[in-house]
Design a binder for this molecule. Structure first.
Ligand code: SAH
Length: 212
């Protein structure tokens, strides 16, 4: 279903500069319409963010593709996602064959998406809670992807990243962020690359924005 729309989306993403074939292949295989509310389904394969309720959004496919490509994952990598949301980003990672751990702080979204993963047979380890402090139990991770905008880089996430791994996180004000791609060279040595102009909902938590 939706095969033509999926291929058109993948074409658009490659035109915009996504080159990783594993990322493009996963996007061509994941049913994005299953991760958006019914009323939004006709827009599911457009390259836009869409509201998923509770003031949250499903990220734009280009953003998902860009961040996933930036993680530079090897097969069997272990990835931690902060902000499960609709589950689409996690589903793309799962489709690429990586081991996914994902944390969501809004209970309604967490339980709805957990149910969806079970219905679709998507085996992802999920947790309800504050992702700014990471998920120590399964650390270190080869990749950490934060899908909400943070005031700073949470120290816990840097700590839980494996040496050689990458942390991708939007950092800035509540209105606008730049994407930081952080490579861990050793326990206290990090290389940071900045990519401008992305927009995310706020990351709320102990090492994020205070709850208002
Ligand atoms: N990856 C999601 C994007 C959802 S938007 C997708 O593919 O649809 C970001 C999500 O981050 C929201 O659901 C929001 O509730 C959640 N979030 C914000 N702060 C968080 C925190 N500290 N820990 C875990 N999740 C958080």
């Amino acid at each position: 279903m939706h095969e033509r729309e999926k291929l058109e989306l993948v074409d658009k993403l490659s035109e915009k500069g996504i080159t990783n074939i594993y990322v493009l292949k996963a996007i061509s295989e994941v049913d994005r319409h299953k991760y958006v509310p019914k009323a939004m389904r006709q827009h599911a394969y457009k390259d836009v963010a869409l509201p998923i309720g509770y003031g949250q959004t499903i990220s734009q496919p280009y953003t998902v593709a860009f961040m996933t490509q930036a993680l530079n994952l090897k097969p069997n990598a272990k990835v931690l996602e902060i902000g499960t949301g609709s589950g689409y980003q996690a589903a793309v990672l799962f489709r690429m064959g990586v081991q996914v751990f994902s944390i969501e702080r809004q209970f309604e979204i967490y339980s709805q998406t957990r149910k969806l993963f079970d219905q679709l047979g998507i085996r992802i380890n999920t947790k309800f809670g504050d992702g700014t402090i990471g998920w120590d139990e399964y650390a270190p991770y080869n990749g950490i992807i934060v899908t909400a905008g943070s005031p700073d880089i949470p120290p816990s996430l840097k700590k839980q990243l494996a040496i050689g791994g990458k942390l991708v996180i939007p950092v800035g004000t509540k209105d606008s962020q730049i994407l930081k791609i952080i490579s861990k060279k050793s326990d206290d040595e990090f290389e940071i690359k900045n990519v401008p102009e992305f927009s995310f909902v706020p990351l709320i938590g102990r090492e994020g924005w205070n709850q208002k």
